[in-house]
Write a protein that binds this ligand. Structure first.
Ligand SMILES: O=P(O)(O)OC[C@H]1O[C@@H](O)[C@H](O)[C@@H](O)[C@@H]1O
Length: 250
């Protein structure tokens, strides 16, 4: 009924883009941040301005990764290396942390004005998973995970949260490393082989494969089903409710 293999007893859900429609809000904030920075660099160097591409640049270098990793990985793709700086750097500092903090100001502004929308199919799926007695965790790179889960009204459906703040405190490597998902499984008291990972990001399905989880569900929100499969998904759906319709498995 849940479209999962019978050995799966726990579900580890990514947040932005899987449970909530916030991947596009992150993407818009990143696009505005990187475009302003790239424009400024181009003006200073006289080199042509090549904007951030919210398609491939976001999906390959930023999506699913911790904030500072996203800055570093994207800038490296353009041959730009900046000093790390400090997590408390002001948003106008020309450092990895400064650029990340600039993006966070824009993100919070957008979340405040637009609110947080859920995917109705994901909420229906979460409820079905809970009713079937499977364990449930949210595993997100976002340091804003707690607020987004609360704004979405999903707190009561999730037993465990591993977010960007937990990862920083426990020194967990971000996706595509499996550390945060492994922590989610451990906190639920299940082996990775018993847990299914639900991910929309290429870095996230890669983490699912790297952690040898029992099943990896790729959630395709942007037309990258093939890439999700090659990066580690066992199956790809466009909406979690599609799994409920399959009528087989656990
Ligand atoms: O900047 P935050 O809220 O800590 O989020 C970190 C990352 O969290 C991920 O969930 C998003 O896919 C990324 O776009 C984002 O950069």
């Amino acid at each position: 009924m849940l479209g999962l293999p019978a050995h799966v007893t726990a579900c580890l859900f990514d947040l932005d883009g899987v449970l909530t429609q916030t991947a596009r809000v992150h993407n818009a904030a990143w696009t505005e941040t990187f475009d302003a920075y790239l424009r400024q660099r181009a003006a200073a160097s006289g080199e042509p301005y090549r904007p951030f591409d919210p398609g491939p640049d976001y999906n390959r270098y930023v999506d699913g990764r911790p904030r500072a990793d996203g800055v570093r990985t994207f800038l490296a793709s353009r041959g730009i290396v900046l000093p790390e700086g400090h997590p408390d750097d002001p948003p106008d500092a020309e450092t990895v942390n400064g650029i990340g903090n600039r993006k966070n100001v824009l993100l919070l502004e957008r979340l405040r004005t637009q609110g947080v929308d859920v995917y109705p199919g994901s909420v229906a799926y979460l409820k079905a998973v809970a009713a079937a007695g499977l364990r449930r965790a949210v595993v997100t790179a976002s340091a804003n995970g707690r607020e987004v889960v609360a704004a979405a009204g999903l707190e009561s459906l999730l037993e465990v949260r591993v977010d960007g703040l937990v990862a920083r405190a426990d020194q967990l490597r971000g996706k595509p490393y499996p550390d945060t998902f492994l922590t989610g499984a451990r906190l639920l008291g299940v082996d990775p082989a018993q847990a299914a990972v639900f991910e929309d990001a290429l870095s996230g399905v890669e983490a699912g494969r790297a952690g040898r989880f029992g099943y990896v569900v790729g959630v395709d929100r942007v037309g990258q089903a093939d890439e999700l499969l090659t990066h580690g998904a066992d199956v790809v759906v466009t909406d979690l409710a599609d799994l409920l319709d399959e009528g087989h498995g656990a």
